[in-house]
Design a protein around this ligand. Structure first.
Ligand code: ASP
Ligand code: MG
Length: 406
């Protein structure tokens, strides 16, 4: 008998009919002879609504109370789902994060799981129950409720799969898989049968919002196969796992993009030890996450430094950087919000020359000017004008034959 962890997102549980639909799917998995642990998110927009409500009664709600409040969304979903299963004659029990043995640190609203005591879940499974766990929550060492950060029930699901040594973790939402690029931008994007953890992580860091990076990282560490599929149909989803199938022909698996990029350039920076630290340490302290960083080789001990941040962080970043640029004797500091990013991703690209050349050639033929280039072993990213991103994705998708079977 296999043990499977399934996670259902808020849109899959948004009303009574959808909860019953999910219950039917779970019952089917159970009847196929599996032990099933289910992790749920809060119904629909419950979490957003609860946050709004909290701020209506107090502009600065106390973090302990806020976490207890938010955790109730998942409790509602878990109990209703257990009731729906009972109505179908299935033995089932709902558990809060605390009852499921999920222990966390003290960081309210962004707690990390420190360990899991799976004994209660195992006991319920042995009794023949389907166990429904409220996602996104745990308790700290004082037994106070904590939450794991927005989207955190994916993390709950993978962590439980690891603790229970489950065969796999299946995540069901209204997104039915991982595509060769965002199908809303390019309708002919193809769904991938599978993708490696590393490819997926590169894609989420470079613009894909299909899964929570923290859940993929955890799945990779514990080597848990992670299926992304829809709760609204029975189409095959995408399996995120260690190795992609051997017969994969396309070395480029997908194209990620990001429309929210701002660029900061500091011109005429004296090239001496410590200058980069002077700029980037205060940025990190201000909570600005810096992405691509490019520094030119210096001429006569003077260099230029360019980096990108999210467009929404530009103002905060400029506030930090401008006075520092001045203090280190730089000539000028320019912030520019109109950029985007396009990346090709694929593990097969490592050790195979020519991919960068083909990408640059394709972009140049489409008249797309490249501002900055960065790479990892399995990704090449170009910073380009935001208005050119859609065209860039389209021509690259074509050039790397991603519309063909992969
Ligand atoms: N309900 C929480 C949120 O909306 C957690 C989750 O959905 O995973 O962020
Ligand atoms: Mg949600």
């Amino acid at each position: 008998m296999s043990l499977i962890v399934q996670k259902y997102g808020g849109s899959s549980l948004a009303d009574a009919a959808k909860i019953k639909n999910v219950a039917r799917r779970i019952a089917k998995t159970r009847k196929a002879g599996n032990k099933v642990v289910v992790v749920v998110s809060a119904m629909g927009d419950t979490t957003d609504d609860l946050i709004k409500l909290a701020f209506q009664v107090n502009k600065d709600p106390e973090e302990r109370e806020l976490d207890v409040l938010l955790s109730t969304g998942e409790l509602v979903a878990s109990t209703l789902l257990a009731m729906a299963l009972h109505g179908m004659g299935q033995h089932s029990i709902s558990l809060s994060g605390a009852q499921a043995g999920i222990r966390t640190d003290d960081a309210y609203s962004m707690a990390r799981i420190t360990d899991i005591d799976p004994s209660r879940i195992l006991k319920e499974l042995n009794k023949g129950n389907i166990v429904i766990v409220a996602g996104f929550q745990g308790i700290n060492k004082d037994s106070d409720t904590t939450t794991l950060g927005r989207g955190g029930s994916d993390t709950t699901a993978v962590a439980l799969a690891a603790a229970l040594k489950a065969e796999r973790c299946e995540r069901y939402t209204d997104v039915d898989g991982i595509y060769s690029t965002d199908p809303r931008l390019l309708p002919k994007a193809r769904k991938l049968r599978d993708i490696s953890y590393d490819e997926m992580l590169e894609m989420v860091s470079y613009g894909s919002k299909a899964v929570q990076p923290r859940a993929v990282e955890l799945a990779e560490v514990y080597n848990i196969p992670f299926l992304v599929a829809s709760s609204f149909n029975s189409n095959p989803g995408t399996l995120i796992h260690k190795e992609v199938s051997m017969e994969i022909v396309n070395k480029v698996r997908s194209i990620a993009y990001d429309l929210d990029v701002a660029k900061i350039t500091i011109l005429g920076v004296p090239d001496k030890p410590g200058v980069a630290a002077k700029i980037f340490v205060p940025l990190a302290k201000a909570g600005v996450s810096v992405d691509t960083i490019v520094q030119n080789a210096s001429v006569k001990n003077i260099t230029d430094l360019t980096f990108t941040v999210a467009k929404s962080d530009l103002e905060a970043a400029m506030k930090v950087v401008q006075p520092i640029a001045k203090a280190v004797g730089a000539r000028q500091c320019i912030g520019d919000p109109q950029w985007g990013k396009v990346s090709i991703v694929g593990s097969g690209m490592q050790n195979t020359p020519g991919y960068a050349a083909r990408m640059f050639d394709t972009l140049s033929k489409a008249g797309v000017n490249i501002q900055l280039i960065t790479t990892s072993e399995i990704r090449i990213t170009c910073i380009i004008e935001r208005v050119k991103v859609k065209e860039a994705v389209t021509v690259l998708h074509q050039a790397f034959e991603l519309d063909k079977k992969n």
